[in-house]
Design a protein around this ligand. Structure first.
Ligand SMILES: Cc1cc2nc3c(=O)[nH]c(=O)nc-3n(C[C@H](O)[C@H](O)[C@H](O)COP(=O)(O)O)c2cc1C
Length: 167
């Protein structure tokens, strides 16, 4: 899949152990959305971070196997929807490639015309500026164009499972 030859360590490290160790890093969960002439699209993404204040930049990692990313990249804009504690079913739906992810999901258009999922805790509409290769993922840096928040509590992902701040 990826070109291992340029990395200094052999690729025989245990991937299950890697997942287990890195799974101890608790994060929020996002669903990244966009829209083109075929309709709205999106995927669940945990690998998201705030990157820079001036300019305002965010970053995320998306698998090179994602079928959604090439469409998003062609649009040149996407919206990061930060999930609230009641949106676990949305995260699950948007993590299954190939299905009609928007079938049971309410959304509205943001300032930049991108799909904002109803009840998301926060949304960040942005424009990708740089895309780097990061093993089997793309590392994407994006400039923020518009953003906002709603009251509520976040959905958390920890050690392979969904949690809330209370659980
Ligand atoms: C909690 C959770 C977090 C995820 N985080 C990421 C992520 O950070 N990057 C990524 O590429 N895929 C991530 N995924 C997997 C994608 O959501 C999944 O591969 C998706 O089906 C890709 O869809 P697509 O082929 O329609 O683009 C995550 C899945 C779950 C359940």
């Amino acid at each position: 899949m990826d070109d291992q030859s340029k990395w200094s360590l052999p690729s025989n490290l245990d991937t299950a152990h890697f997942r287990e160790v890195l799974g101890h890093f608790a994060t929020g969960v996002t669903v990244i959305t966009s829209i083109d002439d075929k309709g709205p699209m999106g995927l669940t993404c945990q690998a998201f971070m705030s990157l820079s204040l001036r300019p305002q930049l965010v970053a995320m990692a998306i698998s090179i196997e994602s079928t959604t990313w090439p469409r998003m990249q062609a649009v040149g804009r996407f919206c990061v929807n930060v999930m609230n504690e009641n949106q676990e079913s949305i995260c699950r739906a948007f993590s299954i490639s190939g299905q009609n992810k928007f079938e049971k999901v309410g959304w509205t258009s943001g300032e930049c015309g991108l799909p904002l999922l109803i009840d998301s805790l926060a949304w960040i509409e942005c424009r990708p500026q740089q895309v780097y290769e990061g093993g089997d993922h793309h590392l994407i840096i994006a400039e923020v164009e518009s953003m906002g928040t709603k009251s509520g509590s976040p959905l958390v992902f920890y050690r392979g499972g969904y949690r809330t701040l209370e659980s």
